[in-house]
Design a protein around this ligand. Structure first.
Ligand code: HAM
Length: 429
C-alpha cells in the first residue's frame, strides 16, 4: 500500500520481493546454518558467484527452450552496452566459475554449495517470488550412480535436520543425447495427434521442446500428457543401468521414493537422473527442491568433459514448512544514573561484549525505574545497575530477572562470571 508520509509518495518493495525482518531472520539464519553444517560434513565447500552474469551464460546453460530463458529473466543492458542478467538459477554460474578458475584440476569429485538470492520474472503467488532464495549444491566429476543417491539422501537429511517431514521424493531419468532424441520424436508425434486439444503454449512446445509438454498446468493438457509415451521406456542400456543403480543405492540408504516418468523438470540441461521433493502442504507451488544430473553442460561451455549433478532447495518454501522457533540469546541490560555512571557503563558493556555477551545500553537518560521497566519489557535475562555509589565502590549489582536473585561483583568478577557462563553453555553437560 503506497501512502503519503509528509506529502511524499511512499516507495514500497517491488512486487514479488519481500523484506525478511527480525525475528523471522533468526529462523532463516538457523536453517542456513543447519544446511552449511550438514553440507560441510559431506565434504562440500562454499563457492560464491556474482549475482549477475553475461546473459549468454543462462541462454546456453539453462537453455533457450526453458520458460526461465524464454520468459522469466531479468535482463538489462549496462552502461557499457553489455547484456547482463540477474541469475535465475545458480548451476550455470558454478560451471562458469569452475572453467574460469580451472577448478577441474583439483582432486575430484568437486563439491560446492551456495545460499543466496535468485531472480525470475514469473507471476508472483504464494510460494513463488521474483526474488527468492536457494540453497544450492553441485558435484562435478563423479559418474557413479552412488553420488546421485547420496545427494538425494543429503537432501533428505537436510529436511530431517530442520524438522520437515511432509514430502514425497519423485525420481526419473531423462536419458542422454543418444536415447533422448528418438524418444522426443515419438513424443512429438503423439502430441501432434492431439494438437488441436492442447493449449496454445503446448502447441508451441510441440515444435520447440516437446519435453516441456509435461510441465503444463492446464488440466486438459495434463490429462492428455498421461497418454504420451514415457521416456523410461526409451532409455538406452547405459541410462537404464544407471537409473537402476540409482534406485538400488537409494534402497541402500533406506529412502522411500516414487518413480515419476513425467518428471522432466523445467531446465534444458538435465541428463539421466532428475528428482524433486514435493509436499502437499504448499498448494500449487509444491516443489521444495529439485535437481538432477547434467553431464553435458561443462563441455557446452568449452570446459573439460566433466559430469555434474546437483539440486536447489527453495528457501521460502522450505521455511514455510519449518516450525522450529529459535529462542533469543540471553542478554544483560545495563541501567545507569548520571554521566559518570554512563561512562562506566559504556566501558563495562564494551568488555562484556568482547567476552561474548549480548548487552543493551540506552543512551537517552531516563530514570532508573524507567530503564528497569524497559529491561523487563525487552525480556532481559539480567540487569546491571550502575549509579554514583557503584562508580565510587567499583562494585555492581547484577540481578537475575527470572529468579530475582541479586549479587554484587567487581568488573573483573563480572567478566569472570560471564566467561564461566558462556563456557558452561558451550561444553556438553
Ligand atoms: P528449479 O527447480 O528451477 O531448479 O528450482 C529449485 C527450487 O527453487 C524449486 O524446487 C523451488 O523450491 C524454488 N523456486 C524456484 N522458483 C521459485 C520462485 N519463483 N519462487 C520461490 N521459489 C522458487 C534449479 O534452479 C536448478 N538450478 C537446480 C539444480 C541444481 N539442478 C542441478 N543443480
Amino acid at each position: 500500500m503506497k501512502q503519503a508520509i509528509g506529502g511524499k509518495k511512499k516507495i514500497a518493495a517491488i512486487k514479488g520481493t519481500k523484506d525478511i525482518l527480525p525475528p523471522e531472520t533468526r529462523k532463516w539464519q538457523w536453517v542456513e546454518n543447519q544446511a552449511r553444517e550438514l553440507f560441510e560434513r559431506y565434504g562440500y565447500r562454499e563457492l560464491r558467484a556474482p549475482v549477475f552474469e553475461a546473459t549468454e551464460l543462462f541462454e546456453r546453460g539453462t537453455g533457450t527452450s526453458s520458460d526461465i530463458v524464454l520468459k522469466e529473466m531479468y535482463t538489462f543492458t549496462d552502461k557499457g552496452g553489455r547484456s547482463l542478467t540477474l541469475r535465475p538459477e545458480y548451476t550455470p554460474s558454478v560451471v562458469r566459475a569452475i572453467i574460469e578458475h580451472r577448478l577441474y584440476l583439483q582432486p575430484r569429485p568437486l563439491r560446492f554449495y551456495y545460499i543466496g538470492p535468485m531472480f525470475r520474472y514469473d507471476k508472483p503467488q504464494k510460494g513463488r517470488y521474483r526474488q527468492f532464495h536457494q540453497i544450492d549444491i553441485e558435484v562435478f566429476g563423479e559418474k557413479d550412480a552412488g553420488i546421485d543417491a547420496e545427494i538425494i539422501q543429503m537432501a533428505q537429511a537436510l529436511l530431517t535436520k530442520v524438522g520437515v517431514t511432509d514430502y514425497r521424493i519423485l525420481i526419473n531419468s531423462v536419458g542422454c543425447p543418444r536415447c533422448r532424441p528418438p524418444y522426443v520424436e515419438k513424443l512429438r508425434q503423439a502430441a501432434e495427434q492431439v494438437r488441436e486439444a492442447l493449449c496454445p503454449d503446448c502447441q508451441r512446445r510441440i515444435e520447440l521442446n516437446p519435453l516441456r509438454l509435461f510441465d503444463c498446468k492446464v488440466e486438459t493438457c495434463r490429462e492428455l500428457a498421461q497418454e504420451f509415451p514415457r521416456i523410461t521406456d526409451y532409455l538406452c542400456s547405459e541410462c537404464t543401468e544407471h537409473f537402476q543403480q540409482v534406485q538400488a543405492y537409494l534402497d541402500v540408504f533406506g529412502l522411500e521414493y516414487q518413480l515419476e516418468p513425467r518428471l522432466v523438470r523445467g531446465l534444458d540441461y538435465y541428463t539421466k537422473t532428475t528428482f524433486e521433493f514435493v509436499t502437499s502442504a504448499l498448494g500449487a507451488q509444491d516443489a521444495i527442491l529439485g535437481g538432477g544430473r547434467y553431464d553435458e553442460m561443462m563441455k557446452l561451455f568449452g570446459g573439460p568433459d566433466l559430469c555434474g549433478i546437483g539440486f536447489a532447495v527453495g528457501l521460502e518454501r522450505l521455511l514455510s514448512l519449518v516450525t522450529y522457533q529459535p529462542s533469543e540469546a540471553p542478554f544483560i541490560f545495563v541501567a545507569y544514573l548520571g554521566e559518570p555512571a554512563k561512562q562506566a557503563a559504556m566501558k563495562l558493556v564494551a568488555t562484556l561484549r568482547e567476552v561474548g555477551m549480548e548487552c543493551w545500553l540506552e543512551y537517552k537518560e531516563r530514570s532508573l525505574r524507567n530503564q528497569l521497566s524497559r529491561a523487563n519489557k525487552l525480556g532481559a535475562t539480567w540487569t546491571l545497575i550502575i549509579g554514583e555509589d557503584e562508580v565510587k565502590s567499583g562494585r555492581f549489582n547484577l540481578k537475575n530477572m527470572a529468579s530475582g536473585e541479586q549479587q554484587e561483583y567487581t568488573s573483573a568478577e563480572l567478566l569472570a562470571y560471564f566467561r564461566d557462563y558462556l563456557h558452561s553453555k558451550k561444553s556438553p553437560s
